[in-house]
Ligand binder design. Structure first.
Ligand SMILES: *Cc1c(COP(=O)(O)O)cnc(C)c1O
Length: 355
């Protein structure tokens, strides 16, 4: 039985990506070689990289003046690449969760870090509002979707300084006004491809301004100059990302994704709000469409493990919540079909009826 995959990351990918990658592992574009054993300097892989970059630009609507990179390491690598390249004196961070906190912590190695606002007082269950972004900083860093706590910033903020965003878990889930950002990064393993490669979109005029020396691998300009092939890139991962981008384009792009993601998350939140056994953990106005966090309601707390195994018997996997929130987290990334959300909702109803 094909599972309903609610894993938070690595997570569900389109069947198109999985089938296409499997085929390329057997025979890469008719070369008679597996993609696991070809040179990244060959014309076939060069075309893959160019297509992947072109598709990011097309699907996301990246304006002129921005470079699109596929670099090794996860989003956590970007936590220090960003300040290396952009933090001369001072940077501002919005502390909305564990990843945001880790990003800010790394930046402290490079300069002064101002925490503009934090939602730590309520276990990161909301997104702070009404804060003022300082103007004497090199950039303002946000995490658009808080994967662990299930909150999301759904609007492209107006920032008086360069806006940097970790979009690891909601990139390509809705149209984004890229022009409002100086730099966007996203680990691939939530909405794009396999773990180990990270997408970076950076406005080129921001680079080359640091007085510090930095390793070549850290300098974004190195990767821009070499078309993300300064060293050996994660070849298979980039190929899989390219397939997901094709799938996005062939399925109506981000306008279509936006609609489906709204429908999926509304269906599940409506059930959480209706069902007497469950309660949501994130503030309603900040609820994430990608990671839906909920717990057993008062009076049903002891049934948590029972619901996990009940869900598992229905082929619903990956719904255990992160240890810092507990309960459940259903990740509804682009590749997860509406039917899987319906299957979870049906299981929640059946569970309620039998208790
Ligand atoms: C998963 C995640 C990360 C960490 O990604 P790695 O690729 O494991 O380093 C960072 N930020 C956010 C928002 C995430 O969801």
């Amino acid at each position: 039985m094909k599972k309903h995959n609610f894993n938070p990351g690595p997570s569900i990918l389109p069947q198109y990506t999985i089938d296409g990658t499997a085929a390329a592992i057997k025979d890469f574009m008719g070369t008679g070689l597996s993609i696991l054993e070809v040179s990244h300097r060959g014309k076939e892989f060069d075309a893959v990289m160019n297509d992947a970059v072109a598709l990011v630009k097309e699907v996301l609507g990246v304006p002129e003046g921005y470079a699109v990179l596929f670099v090794g390491g996860g989003a956590s690598t970007q936590f220090f690449h960003v300040p290396y390249n952009l933090l001369e004196k001072k940077a501002a961070y919005l502390k909305t969760g564990e990843w945001a906190t880790k990003a800010a912590k790394e930046a402290e190695l490079f300069g002064e870090v101002v925490i503009v606002a934090s939602s730590e007082d309520k276990n990161f269950s909301y997104v702070p509002k009404g804060y003022v972004i300082p103007t004497d900083v090199d950039y303002f860093h946000i995490t658009t979707n808080n994967t662990i706590y299930g909150t999301e910033i759904m609007t492209d903020l107006d920032s008086p300084v360069t806006l940097v965003a970790d979009m690891s878990s909601d990139i390509f889930s809705r149209p984004v006004d890229v022009a409002k950002y100086g730099l966007i990064y996203a680990g691939a393993q939530k909405n794009l491809g396999p773990a180990g490669v990270t997408l970076v979109i950076v406005r080129e005029d921001l680079l080359g301004k640091m007085t510090r020396k930095m390793p070549k691998m850290v300098d974004y300009r190195t990767h821009i100059k070499s078309n993300s092939m300064f060293n050996t890139p994660p070849v298979v991962n980039v190929y899989a990302c390219m397939l997901t981008l094709q799938w996005l384009k062939n399925n109506g792009g981000l306008v279509a994704m936006d609609k489906v993601n709204a429908a999926k998350s509304e269906l599940l939140y409506a059930e959480i709000d209706r069902n007497k056994c469950f309660v949501g953990t994130a503030a309603k106005e900040d609820r994430s469409r990608m990671n839906v966090c909920f717990v057993m309601a008062e009076g049903y707390k002891e049934l948590e493990a029972e619901f996990i195994s009940f869900a598992s018997s229905k082929g619903l996997v990956g719904i255990k919540g992160h240890r810092s929130v507990g309960g459940f987290r259903a990740s509804l990334y682009n590749a997860l079909p509406l039917e899987s959300v319906q299957a979870l909702v049906d299981a929640m109803r059946e569970f309620e009826a039998s208790h």
